[in-house]
Structures are given as structure tokens and as C-alpha cells.
Design a protein around this ligand. Structure first.
Ligand code: ADP
Ligand code: MG
Length: 267
């Protein structure tokens, strides 16, 4: 199979999933749908002249970045250059003070604490260190997230959890404790968790950083398949250039506080 970026197939719309929310939730969900349809474009991330700070320190200067639905983008750069800071800005952990930003229809300059959970419900986040709960099994790790995002119906939650576990190749692994699993399996659980709310965008912060080369290959193939099959956009931070050569896609490089567009061939 040749993997090059990922193809844009039509994205199935998950009406059924919206039936799972309470009336209270539906008010917000309807609001989200309206925001999305208002945007009326293929754009999922837009940063314009954004300055990104950690405390008082300017980490990234004048960031301009446009990402379309279904695109796969690598963000490369040495440790400490600001990859995580940029991703944190996109999921609302760092506030955008200067410049313009829009993610999945949410204006980052207007991101009140009430809106942050709504933004995150439109995103999946995958971490290098997995961040799974070690006191419960895989199933209950996933159920915890569903409950926290408003799901109530046990049968529907079970169906959803089985669905995402199957997507990441972990069917029938729901009763495993996370500490019993290999790094690759834990990363699959992390990805399953990111898929729970059918995100249009997944932000992956060095998702293969703790994995051996063979497992890295398996995880990269999984990410590319998700991108292709569900038209999920990805921004993946990495400093592993061999991955990019093996799985080419659009690349942006962070250097000297700037974000530059480069080609996969140029890494
Ligand atoms: N919570 C924080 N408080 C203050 N400075 C931070 C914090 N997190 C990161 N930084 C600083 O911001 C810069 C960018 O860090 P980071 O975004 O984590 O880079 P990367 O992910 O590329 O390694 C570094 O100089 C780092 O020391
Ligand atoms: Mg980082």
C-alpha cells in the first residue's frame, strides 16, 4: 500500500451519536453544528499572525497556518522549539493573546472556560506518554471520557467503546488493565480515546516518541488509515525525520520562533 498524505473521502456524518446527549447537551451540540455550518469551508485550523507565549516569553512569532479537513500535517522542530505550545494553543490550554485563531469553528480569541470543553469535544488529543488512567481497565478508561463529555446511556456507551476499540485493532481488549499492555497497545488505547467523539481534528504530540521502530510503523499506518477513512485532519508533532520520509505528508518546521512550510523531501 502506498501512503502519501491521505486521501479525502466523503466523511460520514454521525447523526446517530447526537441522539446520545441529554437535552442540555443538545443545546450545545446544536450550537456546535451551527458554528460548523456557518464556517462554510473546508478549513479546520486557521492561525493568522498568531504570537504564542509561555508566561511572558514569546515562543512562536507570527504563526500563519491553515489546515483543511482531512489533511495530515507533520510539525517538526527540535525539543523546546514550541511544538507542544502550538498544539496547546489549538486545544485551548494556552490562551491566544495576539493574532487570530480558529479551530473547528471556535474563535480562539473568544475561548471562555465554558467553551473549552466544547472545543475539546470536536478534537482528539494523543500524547507521547499516553496519559491513561492506571487504576481501571481499557473499557473504563474510555467510559470515563464518554461520561465526562455528557454520555449517559450504558448500552450506547458500550456500543461506542466497542466501535473505537475495533477501529484501533483492540477488539476484545476492553478488560485489560492499561499497565498490562505494551507501549503500542497503550498508544492504540490513547488513539481510541481520541476517536470517541468523532473528531474532525486530532492533535498528536510526539505519539511515537516512546515506541520502537516496528510499533511506530504500526501506529503510523493506523493514523494514516484514520485520516483516510474518516477524513480526520491530523497535526502531528515529531522530531523523527525517518517517519516523515516513510510516510510523506505536508510538513511545517518550527525554527527560531517561526513556523515555516517545507516539503517532505526537504526534511
Ligand atoms: N509550562 C511552561 N511554563 C513556562 N515555559 C514553558 C512551559 N512549557 C514550555 N515552556 C517553554 O516554552 C518553550 C517551548 O516549549 P515546548 O512548546 O514544550 O517545545 P517542544 O514541544 O517543541 O519541545 C521552551 O522554551 C519551554 O521551556
Ligand atoms: Mg513537546
Amino acid at each position: 500500500m502506498i501512503l502519501n498524505g491521505c486521501s479525502n473521502y466523503g466523511q460520514p456524518f454521525f447523526y446517530k451519536d447526537y441522539a446520545r446527549y441529554s437535552v442540555f447537551e443538545i443545546i450545545f451540540v446544536t450550537n456546535e453544528l451551527m458554528m460548523d455550518s456557518d464556517s462554510n469551508s473546508n478549513n479546520i485550523v486557521s492561525l493568522k499572525q498568531a504570537n504564542i507565549y509561555q508566561g511572558n516569553t514569546l515562543v512562536l512569532n507570527n504563526v500563519n497556518l491553515e489546515v483543511d479537513k482531512g489533511e495530515f500535517i507533520y510539525m517538526i522542530g527540535k525539543t523546546g522549539t514550541g511544538k507542544s505550545s502550538l498544539l496547546k494553543t489549538l486545544y485551548g490550554e494556552l490562551y491566544l493573546n495576539e493574532g487570530e485563531g480558529n479551530v473547528a469553528g471556535f474563535d480562539l480569541k473568544d475561548l471562555t472556560w465554558q467553551k473549552i470543553p466544547l472545543l475539546r469535544r470536536n478534537l482528539g488529543i494523543v500524547f507521547q506518554d499516553f496519559r491513561l488512567l492506571t487504576d481501571r481497565d481499557v473499557y473504563h478508561n474510555l467510559e470515563f471520557v464518554l461520561k465526562a463529555t455528557g454520555w449517559k446511556d450504558k448500552a450506547l456507551m458500550k456500543e461506542k467503546i466497542e466501535n473505537v476499540l475495533s477501529k484501533v485493532g483492540l477488539k476484545n481488549k476492553g478488560n485489560k488493565m492499561t499497565y498490562e499492555m505494551s507501549g503500542g497497545e497503550q498508544q492504540r488505547v490513547d488513539i481510541a480515546r481520541a476517536l470517541l467523539n468523532n473528531p474532525k481534528l486530532i492533535l498528536a504530540d510526539e505519539p511515537t516518541g516512546n515506541l520502537d521502530p516496528d510499533t511506530t510503523d504500526e501506529i503510523m499506518q493506523l493514523l494514516f488509515n484514520i485520516c483516510r477513512d474518516y477524513q480526520t485532519a491530523f497535526i502531528m508533532a515529531t522530531h523523527d525525520y525517518t517517519i516523515i520520509q516513510k510516510y510523506p505528508a505536508r510538513v511545517v518546521r518550527i525554527e527560531n520562533g517561526m513556523v515555516k512550510e517545507i516539503s517532505a523531501a526537504g526534511v
